[in-house]
Design a protein around this ligand. Structure first.
Ligand code: HEM
Length: 389
């Protein structure tokens, strides 16, 4: 879709030899008077339920919305965490229902708000609970103290690019002086590339391209069974229905990556850039065959390719649901976002990548944090009530 759009645009600018400028400009002029702008606004995307067994913004909606704002804040020591989370949950319900006046009349559409608590707060609720462990340090980090960790994550996603900032302002207003903002990051996703059609056991899987041009988010726990096994926490009871999030802002060295040939770029990832298929063959939906070799004995998926270093079986870890967003501020890169029911799925994977992943040479991490995404909530079961009074 993107390629077709660009081609059409280039043709129009270059001017085709068989078409005069006058004819081209006549073709570009609409035959009927312009429709008023309001009438051209697309209908708001269908709403995503904020309440239920799980919070929205992890598996739903699928595909993920185009725009994200992640706000990470600290909770001062004297603050009662239970009432703070309950107030945030109430505000989330009002925002997604479109009844909060702080939305300023904007239709909420597919707005989702996902709330997580950092390791310090989890330890206060129970030192051995999932989510109590801090994210360790890794190589290639240039992380200011302010951009490491934090007590509270508010991940806001929406199809409407205006909504995340408006919703964040409303949520911070509801929290008042009970939250001190630490860092925030906006991100955007490009067009969705189909990976596999819907089947009886899973919905259609799609994934966007990232700033390096590659489809990102193909492999993951996409069936209900895989999500039960790898994504959602089954217990202990206070965290059941939650999950563990990792956020890692990665700057990307785009000029150096773009200077590589396409074949060299593909060797970095172990997949084709255009269609997303593994270098071992098949389609975008195929798993890489890590044993496949050329007749002269070289691996088709190179030894240091990202999909080999990060492969769950090769790592000996579970699957992670990656839901990353591309960023261009403070520098071009990726806000890597993953959800998994065991932090070790992330730490073991990155430890193995740290040894020799060709991709990491193009990255510098500038923010990192982990959070327990709280179980789902509703009117009678306020957000965070299973963990905090
Ligand atoms: C800027 C940094 C990164 C970029 C641009 C990136 C991009 C990609 C791309 C394009 C793929 C191949 C297609 C896919 O399966 O989605 C991929 C796969 C994967 N990535 Fe990353 N990634 C980055 C960082 C990370 C990090 C930090 C981790 C976790 C520690 C990670 C974990 C994975 C996993 C588990 C896969 C699937 C591998 C497989 O089984 O084939 N990635 N990534």
């Amino acid at each position: 879709m993107v390629a077709l759009g660009l081609t059409a645009g280039c043709d129009a600018h270059a001017g085709r030899p068989d078409r005069s400028d006058a004819a081209a400009s006549a073709a570009a002029t609409p035959a009927t008077p312009a429709t008023p702008a309001a009438a051209q606004d697309p209908a708001p995307a269908p709403s995503v339920p904020a309440t239920g067994r799980y919070q929205a913004g992890v598996t739903l909606p699928q595909p993920a919305q185009r725009n994200l704002l992640a706000v990470v804040a600290d909770v001062p020591a004297a603050v009662a965490v239970g009432p703070l989370l309950a107030d945030l949950g109430r505000t989330v319900r009002a925002l997604t229902a479109g009844t909060d006046p702080r939305l300023l009349g904007l239709p909420p559409g597919d707005l989702t708000v996902t709330v997580g608590v950092g390791p310090r707060l989890v330890r206060a609720a129970g030192p051995s609970l999932p989510g109590a462990a801090d994210l360790p340090r890794f190589s290639r980090e240039r992380i200011a103290p302010r951009a490491r960790g934090g007590d509270l994550l508010v991940q806001i996603c929406a199809g409407d690019a205006l909504l995340p900032a408006v919703a964040a302002t409303a949520l911070l207003d509801a929290a008042g002086d009970r939250l001190r903002e630490r860092w925030r990051q906006s991100g955007h996703r490009g067009a969705n590339i189909p990976v596999s059609p819907a089947t009886r056991s899973q919905g259609a899987v799609t994934a966007p391209r990232n700033l390096l041009g590659f489809v990102d988010g193909i492999v993951g726990p996409h069936t209900a069974a895989a999500r039960d096994r790898h994504l959602w926490l089954a217990g202990p009871a206070p965290v059941a229905g939650g999950t563990i999030a990792v956020l890692r802002r990665m700057e990307l060295d785009l000029p150096r990556f773009a200077a590589l040939s396409v074949a060299e770029q593909e060797a970095v990832f172990g997949r084709r850039r255009a269609g997303g298929a593994p270098l071992s063959g098949g389609t975008i939906a195929s798993d890489p065959d890590l044993g496949a070799k050329t007749p002269d004995g070289r691996y088709l998926v190179p030894a240091d390719a990202h999909v080999r270093r990060a492969n769950a079986n090769a790592v000996g870890a579970g699957l992670m649901l990656r839901r990353s967003y591309s960023i261009d501020d403070p520098a071009p890169g990726l806000l890597f976002v993953s959800f998994q029911n065991d932090l070790r799925t992330f730490t073991r994977t990155l430890t193995r990548m740290d040894d020799s992943d060709a991709l990491l040479g193009f990255t510098t991490a500038t923010a990192a944090a982990t959070f327990l995404i709280l179980p789902g909530f509703d009117e009678r079961r306020p957000l965070g009530s299973s963990l905090f009074r």
